[in-house]
Design a protein. Structure first.
Length: 368
């Protein structure tokens, strides 16, 4: 019998709220930051101490008003939390994203920032978010308030989002907690829906990484966040089967696996889809013969990697792999996410564009 996601939401949400962000082992550093931040705010201090993901304590203003963010993923995370107006330095990649411009049109006027300490000193931000501990240390040594924040799987994403909420403070603390609860809710819902799934019924999933057009055999290696959501969604990740290190697979090895499903993500996904469907080597592959080649949703960041929207990726992937077991209104889920977190109301059509990996105008955004 098909299990409907909506029918299980209440129980799953209760479990998620009991677990919470702070209840995960990976959130210890962010919890310490929360304690330090709360203490300073309660005493009316003008500054507070927050601990980054490398264990470094950094003194920040009690109220952060200006942020330089040196990592595309956490830039998109700020936009997803509705915090775009705090950015005074961002990345060119973020400024070029169609949905970033849609939810925060002023992103084009935010300065493009680099790791140059002299330039950053002139910008004088309240905090600088860095994806590298070495960069954060170098900037701290130059007298700048830099914090290391980086995630590459769902565990570290919980920690990183919680820390981001603490860095930004105010309403963003609760928004970060709500995001973690949403992630845990969706994981619980999918786990319940697929509880009777046998190993034999798990499709073999090959993923093509389309951040650029790297060809049909650029993927993600074993033990990555892509493998996590494939496994959560009731699939078997091809790179795990291949024990693949790095992102480049061999054509003959991939084709020999005869994947049941192919998922293509990133800005180049539509071109890569066309390339695959026209490639003679793929015509006898099960995924092609059975019409199970899919592009991946993409909004403020590709859902399949380090995006806050990856909390929705788990639902989308589970329904895509097991439509007989999982029934979810993804258009509604996208609308709820953008309303609750981004603070933007989407039409059903716009939510559908995100699910199709298109721009707010319903177009493909890739020039090659």
């Amino acid at each position: 019998m098909k299990k409907t996601i909506a029918a299980m939401t209440t129980a799953a949400l209760a479990a998620a709220l009991l677990a919470g962000c702070g209840g995960t082992p990976d959130a210890s550093s962010a919890q310490q930051g929360s304690q330090d931040s709360s203490t300073s705010q309660q005493t009316g201090a003008e500054t507070r101490v927050v601990t980054d993901m490398g264990g470094t304590e950094v003194t920040l203003p009690a109220e952060v008003k200006s942020v330089v963010n040196l990592w595309p993923s956490s830039n998109s995370a700020m936009l997803a939390l509705g915090a775009g107006d705090l950015l005074v330095g961002t990345m060119d990649y973020t400024k070029e994203l169609p949905w970033a411009n849609f939810v925060y049109p002023d992103i084009v006027n935010v300065a493009t920032a680099t790791e140059n300490a002299e330039e950053l000193l002139m910008m004088d931000p309240d905090v600088i978010i860095c994806p590298s501990p070495d960069t954060a240390e170098a900037l701290n040594n130059a007298g700048l308030p830099a914090m290391y924040l980086m995630y590459n799987d769902y565990g570290s994403m919980r920690e990183g989002v919680t820390l981001l909420g603490e860095i930004l403070g105010g309403e963003y603390v609760q928004k970060a907690e709500d995001w973690c609860a949403l992630l845990d809710e969706n994981l619980a819902v999918v786990d319940e829906a697929l509880s009777g799934l046998s190993e034999e019924d798990k499709p073999l999933v090959y993923y093509i990484q389309g951040m650029t057009d790297g060809g049909l055999y650029t993927t993600y290696g074993a033990n990555t966040i892509v493998g996590e959501w494939v496994n959560y969604a009731g699939g078997v990740f091809a790179s795990d089967m291949l024990n693949l290190e790095g992102s480049q697979a061999q054509a003959e090895e991939v084709l020999a696996l005869d994947p049941d499903v192919v998922i293509i993500g990133g800005p180049a996904q539509h071109k890569l889809y066309d390339d695959l469907m026209a490639d003679p080597a793929w015509q006898d592959i099960t995924a092609v013969k059975e019409g199970r080649v899919y592009t991946n949703p993409m909004g403020l960041f590709p859902w399949d990697r380090y995006s806050l929207e990856s909390a929705l990726q788990i639902l989308w992937a589970a329904e895509t792999l097991h439509p007989d077991l999982v029934d979810v209104d993804m258009v509604q889920k996208v609308q709820e996410f953008y309303q609750d977190f981004v603070g933007v109301e989407l039409t059903e059509e716009q939510a559908g564009y995100i699910l199709a990996g298109l721009t707010p105008e319903g177009e493909i955004d890739y020039e090659g």
